[in-house]
Design a protein around this ligand. Sequence first.
Ligand code: GLU
Length: 433
Amino acid sequence: MSTARLPVPADPITTAPVKEDLNSFRIAMRQFDYAAEKCGLEAGLCEVLRRPRRALSLSLPVKMDDGSIRVFEGFRVQHNSARGPCKGGIRYHPNVTFDEVRALATWMTWKCAIVNIPFGGAKGGIVCDPHKLSHNELERLTRRYAYEISPLIGPDKDIPAPDVYTDAQVMAWIMDTYSMTHGSSAPGVVTGKPLFLGGSLGRNEATARGCLFTVRAACKELGINLSGATVAIQGFGNAGSIAAQLLAKDGAKVIAVSDSRAGVLDRAGLNVEELLIFKAKTGSVLGFPSAEVISSEALIELQCDILIPAALENQITMQNAERVKARIVAEAANGPTTPDADLLLHNRGIMVIPDVLANAGGVTVSYFEWVQDLQELFWDEDDVNRRLERVMTKAFADVHATATKYSVELRTGAYILAIDRVANAMRTRGIWP
Ligand code: GLU
């Protein structure tokens, strides 16, 4: 029997709660085990789907600007390709670990299945602080990494995309390195490219826009009027900052945002457009005039209607879940809530829109970009956004219906829906040989 959702066990001697396991890969397995048991997935497929199919671990030597050589650690993990080529971003961060990338690859498999796009899951990462590298060092590191993962990637094999601290420029270097070593230009090898290199209109905003569509659906479900609703956003990168803009356009009151340095709070509502200009100029939201300073941790516990964790993993844990006051938690980040915190939020009546649904807009428009690249025919932005809305609204409805059918929270509902689709593909294809 799975113990996935049982209350946190107490230490028999001190009776203090046992320290929560924050290992992302074990968390991903625990979430999967719980859902697999709920939907009665056969043991064999359970064993297959718990683990990634393939993982590459790399040492990446880079000649630094001062002439010295530094070796960086990198990974590319492919979790499953039963429904199509593997798909998933590449993360550059000093704290990246192999287990984190394995978890992120696993989550990509479920995410693609939930929005029903024909991809499996993958993820990559390099242990580095891109802010401490020069433009040229970053290019050399990226190209070396792209070269090393070349045997695994390709438009019909595995298609990388941006993730934390990677962007359209990094994708352009990967596309170029792959193309130069394969003898022809291959825009379909990565998504999230610059527009003039085969990128898609709407891709940059897609994670945030997708999140907005799920928040709208959740508000409708709970009878919350988004216009006038208060929102707190942890993380002011691609997902968080654009979510703030889009929610403000919908009439929501963005009362707090934070970035990696600290946060700002204005209960009357922040001027998001001015905040974006301020951040672009100074590099941080910190110091934004007429707002109170707030820590990223305190932001999580603010009185608000909608809380959007849009930064990194393990932000809502047993340490703070009891004090979360939002009615909806929309996970724009991957893995921001631990399983125990998840249960606690659910028991407190807080609706969590899980990452595999809430942030699936990014990979959905990545799919649109890939389709446009293969067709060499490009859509206008309205077309992209309309299709995205259709996909996200349907995914929310499918997840909600599955959760209701199995009497579980939305995350487990999302997993059951995804597991069913992936397992169906695997059963029908069969295990080779
Ligand atoms: N890195 C994004 C995610 O976690 C996007 C992945 C993609 O577009 O392939 O969903």
